[in-house]
Design a binder for this molecule. Structure first.
Ligand code: FAD
Length: 410
């Protein structure tokens, strides 16, 4: 059986970043994906916010904010490297306002000092490396406190203790998916293998055997190096390779709704309610919006090594009509209470994504590990590299780092 130099497992943003970086540096890559096409799971079915670190106010060490800033300020540059100038044509949402709930885990003044610290870090990073940009722009300020009533009539201001306008934006993940799929298909050094479900990776002397189920039966791919970018299946496959994860992981199943907003809301602000188990409205310039409400959209919690099988269908976009109706009804009526008119939206998509994190309690607990997103990155052991990107924001950054590790080892 011919041995391959590098096999990358999983074609979400992390795996695609590793594959495109390696291929761009002349390395032949085999890219394995269980679905018929790339980029159909968490990287597609998320909010698309490219985090500046503002939301992670409950990590007082600022480590999470710093990591998100590093990812955000290299996000576009790395995509440009792999996709060319098309990366700059990615459409963004209207800027986010942060609306402080009256029962926020942190009070407005405490949040404001976190935002000031994040802005200080941002300014320092840009002074050190002036070519850094945030989605093609270089905002001077990251936030300003505003009167919540300035957001009327879009938002019922009486619900909120304070409001901040910010420079934060979200991308349209479907648009990024189309660009990444095209780049993978068009690269002569990437051998894309769809419909290959990885079952195990076994070290065998100087190489690794990657065992997959395919429609044509089981296949084994022998490879000198393996990069595991499987997100919610990453820990299961690490275990098969003899690498045990640090204790404390949790998988959460979170639903989202994509809808066409009523005419009157199409110029509305994107908003994130902080800080705790709340939600978001992300307004895009094509009149559609991403809508989420955590207490009702979060419908699965598991400490198993991989999420339950029942999560698979919603995570590939296959939600039974009754479930889609229940999610829509719950989310839209909860959001309509403070973003009036949202319930009149025309629903286009209801689906879900698995979120991988570390924590034993939920985000309403100020001590929850979920407020700290720094237990992520690239873990390498000989020719085996396991990549936890933590967020979409940091997936290109860690994808690039994993590719560097592979090149060092080659
Ligand atoms: C609802 C939701 C909202 C989020 N919002 C944000 C946000 O606003 N901003 C942000 O920065 N991050 C956000 N995230 C997190 C972000 O989506 C993830 O961190 C990121 O997309 C992970 O990328 P990935 O490539 O590692 O995983 P994925 O995109 O899931 O890619 C993994 C790939 O591996 C494949 N795969 C899995 N198992 C196997 C197997 N056994 N064999 C073969 N292939 C397999 C999958 O099909 C998939 O294509 C959110 C996540 C969710 C779920």
């Amino acid at each position: 059986m011919p041995q391959r130099a590098v096999t990358v497992l999983g074609a979400g943003l992390t795996g695609a970043s590793v594959a495109l970086e390696l291929a761009g540096r002349g390395v032949r890559v085999t890219l394995i994906e269980r679905d018929a096409q790339a980029f159909g799971r968490a990287s597609l079915r998320n909010e698309g916010k490219i985090h500046l670190g503002l939301i992670y106010a409950n990590d007082a060490s600022l480590a999470t904010a710093k990591l998100q800033l590093q990812g955000a300020l290299q996000f576009s540059a790395l995509l440009r490297r792999w996709l060319g100038p098309a990366a700059d044509r990615l459409r963004t949402s209207t800027p986010f306002h942060y609306l402080v709930a009256k029962d926020s885990l942190l009070q407005p003044d405490r949040l404001e000092s976190h935002y000031a610290e994040v802005e200080r870090l941002y300014t320092e990073m840009r002074e050190r490396t002036p070519e850094l940009d945030y989605l093609g722009g270089t905002p001077k300020r990251l936030y300003a406190r505003v009167d919540p009533s300035s957001l009327e009539p879009f938002v019922r201001s009486a619900h909120f203790a304070a409001a901040f306008e910010t420079a934060e934006l979200a991308i349209d993940t479907a648009e990024l998916a189309a660009m990444i799929r095209g780049a993978i298909a068009g690269h002569p050094l990437i051998d894309f293998r769809p419909q290959h479900r990885v079952q195990s990776v076994t070290p065998a002397g100087e190489h690794y055997s990657v065992d997959c189920d395919t429609p044509a039966g089981p296949r084994t791919i022998e490879s000198r190096q393996v990069v595991n970018c499987l997100w919610e299946e990453r820990l299961r496959i690490d275990r098969s390779a003899g690498i045990e994860a640090r204790a404390g992981w949790v998988h959460r199943l979170k639903y989202r709704v994509i809808a066409r907003l009523p005419e009157a809301l199409r110029r509305g602000p994107s908003v994130t309610m902080v800080l705790g188990p709340f939600g978001d409205v992300v307004v895009r310039d094509d009149g559609t919006a991403y809508l989420s409400w955590y207490p009702l959209g979060m419908r699965g919690w598991s400490h198993d090594i991989a999420p339950p099988l029942q999560w698979d269908a919603p995570c590939r976009g296959d939600v039974p009509a009754a479930q889609a109706e229940s999610v829509t009804r719950d989310l839209l009526s909860a959001i309509d209470a403070w973003y009036p008119g949202a319930a009149q939206s025309d629903v286009l998509i209801v689906d879900a994504g698995a979120i991988v994190g570390y924590g034993s309690s939920d985000v309403d607990d100020p001590k929850s590990g979920l407020h700290d997103r720094t237990r992520v990155g690239v873990n390498s052991l000989a020719g085996y590299h396991s990549v936890d990107p933590g967020k979409l924001t940091t997936a290109p950054l860690f994808g690039r780092l994993a590719a560097d590790r592979v090149i060092e080892a080659l």
